[in-house]
Design a protein. Sequence first.
Lengths: 170, 173
Amino acid sequence: MSLPTIRRRITARRGGYSRFEVIETLANPYGVLGTIPLPAVTAHVTLNQMAQYAQAHFDASFAALSDPVRRGVLERLMRADASVTALAERFHMTLTGMRKHIGVLEQAELVTTEKVGRVRSCKLGPRRLEEEAAWIENYRQLWAARFDALDTVVEELKRKEKRDGRKKRE
Amino acid sequence: MVARRESESAPKRNRTTSERKSARELVITRTFDAPARLVFEAWTTPELFKQWWVPKSSGATLLFCEQDVRVGGSYRLELAHPKAATPMAFFGRYLEVVPKARLVWTNEESDVGAVTTVTFEEKDGKTLLVMRELYPSKQALDIAIEGMDEAMPETFEQLDEFLVARGAGDERA
């Protein structure tokens, strides 16, 4: 079981090459993410890790998320599904322009669309939803492990109370 | 009470649930087969708290634990983890303390930390524990659920910078 949750993340440091390093974040036992810098690594290693990381994780979503309109669309869809027409209006764009953006998001599996009658409806794609669901499941597991341990402590308190109660009566 | 006898003979663990209740709230629930006062005691007594807060499977070790469980009182935890170069500290204050019933505390190690509310509801000798983590904004929770929303653009801006820096380096070389 992965606990605490460890995720790789990119952060910036000041000054030329060395301003980039890969750090890992650890799920705070109280729920917030705490950040722990890894032990110092050479710039060379760091850059390689960065490149690999970018390659493995970001290829598809990088282009998709590099545009403010597409980020806005995702945020809008996190609140509720919407039609392409509604999105075009909301972002003051032509239908054609919005269709292109939606196409990019679809390719990155961040959005899926479905045609209902004459309306094309957009909603968050599997990748986006899975990401959130996976995080929440991971979080549940962290608390399940913790509460199982709490259970043991509470059971011990219960037994102790029973013993003490018996003693008092005796 | 057949059900209870069954659960006594086979010590099956109760289920923990987690759910994103709203844009900025996470809710966790768990039932304990014990009265609320005992669950509350295990939560608010440092010697007991130390025994369960950091389960073995986490790989982490609790180095330090201090709890001044009263309104306005503070807590501080320090954890070591093989992946971490230095211990991590978690701290905050108790906003509400109702013995056997309710605890509310802040998480101040982060600017966008949640306010955590734990309630202990006793019924038929069992305790339903509900923990709510209310983040200051949707964005704060999305950042916690990393890779979501606002957290992403920021990361990509940094990736942009990185690619530019690497490009510049290649030219020099």
